[in-house]
Ligand binder design. Structure first.
Ligand SMILES: [Zn+2]
Ligand SMILES: [Zn+2]
Length: 303
């Protein structure tokens, strides 16, 4: 079995487990539960110019429809505004990065995250996309993955700001495995996870070689968010607030309908080494996947 199908299988099993945890009679229908059905995820086009549930509040408001990237769609688009993750191809390969590094350290009131941007525990696909790869029919990402110099200084105790802030098109946060994440949009303003062909960990490189995710990487969810009950912290947004996996307090799957416009909520959770009441973001299986806007004050809208 290839790593890709092994991963797909593990994720499916985890998902079925999560569904089974929903109490009988609980309402799992409605737009907010799109995350529960991987075969009919909402295609999240149409970035918003204000904070809005189910949307990306995008700083960039006009997009080039001829932007480079995925140029063809396939049968994983259901034709009714939804797409099927289980049918979508991935970029081939399982490249390991032994030189990957990341460190997360406290320095007074700050948290300093530094590294070289490569995944410390996960593999990547082979980039540029090879002409022999089935992904090539849809997305010919010509970029190579390369080490970067990453230093992000965040407040250790971030505060909720008076107003939410829009998301830029570059780095908006970083996972604890050292991989940065971008918002859910591709260069054309479309749902990146639906259109772009990523590798089996849902990542790919951009022009300068920065490897990044646009969604809650299935590898992050499987490798970094093990256990039961409320998800573990899997990353930090550029406003300093923590990003957790897809499980709420009782282990139930979190959907957009459980979260605010920025894709977060406030309750007691483990943060800075102790359980405390704080705002935090959650990954969801559905768009916008990571965060929808900044609830706090970002170090810059692009991280
Ligand atoms: Zn990208
Ligand atoms: Zn939570």
């Amino acid at each position: 079995m290839s790593r890709r199908s092994a991963l797909a299988m593990v994720f499916t099993v985890a998902f079925v487990g999560a569904l089974a945890a929903v109490p009988a009679g609980a309402d799992t229908s409605g737009a907010g539960s799109g995350g529960a059905d991987q075969t009919a995820l909402p295609v999240g086009d149409d970035p918003a110019s204000a904070a809005e549930v189910d949307k990306v509040y995008s700083c960039q408001t006009s997009f080039n429809s001829n932007a480079p990237g995925a140029f063809n769609t396939g049968d994983w688009f259901n034709g009714d505004g939804t797409w099927d993750l289980t049918k979508k191809p991935s970029v081939d390969g399982a490249v390991t990065w032994p030189d990957a590094k990341v460190s997360i350290t406290a320095a007074g009131v700050n948290r300093i995250i530094s590294g070289n941007g490569l995944p410390t525990e996960e593999t990547t696909g082979e980039f540029p996309v090879a002409s022999s790869d089935d992904a090539y029919a849809f997305d010919r990402n010509p970029n190579s993955i390369s080490a970067q110099t990453v230093t992000i200084t965040l407040a250790k105790k971030p505060k909720v700001a008076d107003e939410p802030t829009c998301l830029g098109m570059g780095t908006i946060g970083i996972f604890v495995n050292g991989v940065q994440f971008f918002n859910a949009l591709d260069a054309g303003g479309r749902d990146a996870a639906a259109y772009e062909i990523q590798d089996s960990c849902d990542g790919h490189p951009e022009m300068s070689g920065t490897y990044h995710y646009h969604s809650g990487s299935r590898c992050v969810r499987e490798n970094l968010d093990t256990g039961s009950g409320h998800s573990k912290l899997v990353g930090y947004a550029s406003d300093g607030f923590g990003l957790y996996g897809t499980r709420g307090t009782n282990g139930e799957t979190v959907n957009n309908s459980d979260l605010d416009e920025c894709h977060g909520h406030t309750h007691k959770v483990k943060f800075n080494g102790k359980k405390q009441r704080t705002y935090h973001y959650h990954l969801t299986a559905e768009y916008p996947y990571t965060i929808g806007c900044y609830r706090g004050t970002p170090v810059s809208t692009n991280g």
